[in-house]
Design a protein. Structure first.
Length: 633
């Protein structure tokens, strides 16, 4: 079967024989992928000319509801994706992370619509007064870029890897061209077929390329955005493309890194934290066969607990049932391919020059329900590097599989120093019940990590674990990890938008942004605003109320009702040498009085007032003072 590419509104099979895609469990051919004959320049132009206008004209509310609808649709069809996922070597749990985790990104980003206006663009931050007279100001708006997002993804998460990026660029109003890793692209293609069949996305919002796309970056322009997930070597090569440099194309790189997990000095054998640590490391070694960019590669342990960790972790790994991922009892499936198995073995051999293999074998593996000879199976490999400051291969060589290395440290400062030797990673974790240790490690290690998980028995029940990036937090890291950021809630959405500073009078900026700016002209409302429906109210529409004089007796009564007997409200004999000149009204009484001035009593469209934001008491209101309210949208 030849996989098809979805480009320019059609499913198209490439020319030629293509690359065979192999079932990781059986060694049988699943499909053939080829992009020969595809015109990448035209594909990108189609996204810009068709998909981009359709998405950028939608409001954030419309885009968010679109993502929610797509997520619900895909959840109804998830069963068929699991059947395909097993062929990548992924177990049910592995597939759940990839498939339903990917759909979860749609829901999480759909919820971001509450943080954005019901407009196609975003108003960023607060207005800035640029003049003494108040009639010249600045602000920032963010608009969707007019290009496409080109996503070059890794083999380990064919669904999540696509949707964690696409959900963000769609929310921003930008279309995507997705280039999954070829060897697992058959799963990505299955999901994209359902997405296209749903007709939920506007045409051109998503295109798919299954196979080689070596020259696609030669056609990007300054309005495009490129993201890459994979090896640091490949990422650096792509980032150096002359077109990327000359067009100043944003390039977000998320590279595999040598992530670490630290057992705190306090987490002795027998403590809840020690148990949590062992379980966490074991999970990160075996879930997805350790083929995760966030997997724990370096296990940092207090020097007097090294043997305990080695024994406990060995026992846990021995209980890991390896075999056919479709079987319920299987806890670790196959690596993505035999080529990947061979590469992992070569990297382990590099580590083994100084580090000792203390669990597992490179030559034999016991497999249930499948053939070790036909499938891409490998035993978990645990190494021990006794001199991690002297022998630095452990901080430079990554075996992208079920492989991790224990190393000793003596102080928390040493643990921080060891973590830094990885030269930048996506995530670090520390398991400790001592918040002082957690603070010392986190603050000092943060420069070299994109995320730090602090785990203890209090957070463990609800923690998502060391290896789980979350849509609302940034995913990326410095140095070897690529220096990029993905997801991150609103931060991620803004990555696909252009920030532009705008200048003008407050009245003009109000019209442009749809948000009233201090000093702008009022639009006096002919009717009380509570008589209007929401869609009939405009920014700048304003009501000036009648006046009310604050009486001395009202202040005394409010003090009795509220029990707020602060001296400035109740004891005028104590005002000497204070900032108060006369009896001052309670701030909350002034708010209550203001509500009485602006609230329209008759029945109308308004349902409820749900709160006040950024309320400030700037100066005292004294008895005898007269107030009114200016209520402005």
């Amino acid at each position: 079967m030849k996989l098809e590419n979805y480009i320019q509104g059609n499913w198209v099979a490439g020319d030629g024989e293509g690359t065979p895609l192999i079932n990781a469990v059986t060694g049988e051919e699943v499909a053939v992928a080829t992009t020969k004959g595809l015109d990448f320049k035209d594909i990108l132009a189609y996204g810009r000319s068709v998909g981009n206008p359709a998405l950028r004209k939608m409001t954030f509310q419309e885009r968010g509801l679109m993502l929610k609808k797509l997520g619900l649709y895909l959840m109804k069809h998830k069963a068929k994706f699991y059947e395909v996922s097993f062929k990548t070597g992924a177990t049910k749990v592995d597939s759940w992370i990839d498939i339903e985790g990917g759909f979860g990104n749609l829901f999480a980003n759909a919820s971001l619509r509450r943080e954005f206006p019901n407009k196609p663009f975003h108003v960023d931050g607060e207005g800035i007064d640029l003049s003494k007279g108040g009639q010249f100001m600045g602000h920032h708006i963010m608009v969707p870029k007019r290009g496409v997002a080109v996503h070059i993804n890794a083999f380990n998460f064919p669904v999540w890897g696509m949707l964690e990026k696409c959900a963000v660029n769609w929310m921003a109003g930008v279309p995507a061209v997705v280039k999954p890793a070829t060897n697992t692209s058959f799963l990505t293609e299955a999901v994209v077929r359902e997405i296209i069949a749903s007709k939920i996305l506007p045409e051109g919002a998503l295109q798919l390329i299954c196979g080689s796309a070596r020259t696609i970056l030669d056609h990007v322009d300054s309005q495009d955005i490129v993201t890459f997930t994979g090896s640091a070597t490949t990422g650096r090569m792509l980032k150096a493309n002359p077109r990327i440099i000359n067009e100043a194309v944003p390039f977000n790189m998320e590279a595999d890194s040598l992530n670490c997990s630290v057992l705190g000095l306090d987490a002795a054998p027998g403590t809840p934290e020690f148990t949590l640590f062992i379980k966490g490391v074991k999970a990160e070694m075996t879930v997805k066969c350790g083929q995760k960019c966030t997997a724990i590669r370096r296990i940092m342990v207090p020097e007097n607990y090294v043997e305990d960790v080695q024994i406990a972790l060995g026992k846990e790994l021995a209980r890991t049932n390896i075999g056919d991922p479709a079987l319920k009892e299987t806890r670790m499936g196959a690596l993505v391919s035999k080529d990947q198995v061979q590469e992992v073995k070569e990297r382990v051999a590099d580590l083994n020059k100084t580090a000792e293999i203390v669990y597992g074998s490179l030559d034999t593996v016991e497999v249930n329900g499948a053939s070790a000879e036909n499938g891409a199976f490998l035993s978990p490999i645990l190494l021990l590097e006794k001199e991690p400051f002297k022998n630095t291969a452990v901080h430079n060589v990554e075996a992208f599989g079920p492989v991790s290395t224990i190393m000793p440290y003596s102080t928390t400062a040493e643990a921080v120093e060891l973590s830094h030797l990885g030269m930048g990673s996506l995530v670090a974790s520390i398991v400790t019940g001592d918040d002082k240790i957690a603070t010392e490690f986190t603050v000092e290690a943060a420069t070299h990590h994109g995320r730090i998980l602090v785990l203890n028995q209090e957070s463990a029940k609800q923690s998502t674990g060391h290896g789980s990036p979350l849509p609302t937090l940034t995913h990326g890291g410095p140095g070897r990890a690529g220096g990029g950021e993905e997801m991150g809630g609103m931060r991620g959405v803004k990555h696909y938008m252009q920030r532009c500073a705008i200048q003008g009078s407050p009245t003009t900026i109000t019209e442009i942004t749809g948000i009233y700016q201090q000093g702008a002209k009022y639009k006096e409302s002919p009717e009380h605003p509570f008589k209007y429906h929401f869609e009939d109210i405009e920014a700048g529409m304003s009501l000036k109320t009648h006046r009310r004089t604050i009486m001395d007796s009202e202040i005394a009564n409010f003090a009795n009702i509220s029990w707020d007997h602060f001296y400035a409200h109740t004891d005028i004999t104590s005002l000497g040498h204070t900032i108060f000149e006369k009896r001052a009204a309670h701030g909350y009484f002034i708010l209550s009085a203001a509500a009485g001035l602006f609230v329209y009593p008759n029945k109308g469209p308004v349902a409820a007032n749900y709160g006040l934001d950024t309320c400030r008491f700037m100066r005292p209101i004294y008895h005898g003072d007269t107030i009114y309210v200016r209520l402005t949208c």
